[in-house]
Ligand binder design. Sequence first.
Ligand SMILES: [Zn+2]
Ligand SMILES: [Zn+2]
Length: 178
Amino acid sequence: MELFTTDLAMKLRNARRARKLSQAALAREAGCTQSAISMMELGRADAISRETLMKLAKILEVDIDLPPITDSPATSLSPVKRLCCPQGECPSNTPFAVAGTVSFWPKHQPAGHNGDFCAYCGEVLLHACPECQAPLNEGGHCARCGSSYVNQPLLTDTTPDAWAASRRQQLAEWRALL
Ligand SMILES: [Zn+2]
Ligand SMILES: [Zn+2]
C-alpha cells in the first residue's frame, strides 16, 4: 500500500497510546481484528486494508499524506505582484516635478522576470515599500506611509522642474530609438 510507511505506523501507535485505547478497543471501533492492528503497528503494510487504514487515521486524528491534487485553482488565482525599480535615473521611471521635489511614475515590472532585476538598468527591483513593507501600489508612493519608491536624484545646479523636464526629454528620445 503506497500510503503506508513505518513512520505512519508509529504515528498511529503513538496516537492510540495517547488516547489510552487498547489495540482491542481500537480494533472494535475500526471493525478489524486486534492482531491486524498489532501487525500494522509493527510496520506490516499488508496487515490492513486501505479502508481500515483511513478509518484508523480518522479515529486517531492522524493526518495521512494523500497524493497531491494537481491543478488546484487556488494557486492560479494568486494576484500579480508589482515590482518596480528604485533608481531615479532608470528609464523605467518617468519623473515629474511636484511641489518643488521630483516624483516618479514607475513602470511596474513582472515578478520573476529577469530574476527580479530591472530589465532597463539591472538594479535589484523593489518588492515592497522600502519603509513599511506594504505591497506596492500603482503609483510611485506608498499608500500606507507615503514613502517614495524611487530614490531622489542628485540635483546639482538644477531645479526639480528643469531636471524632470530634461529627463523626460531624454527618455522620449531614448524610447524613439527602440
Ligand atoms: Zn531600473
Ligand atoms: Zn510604506
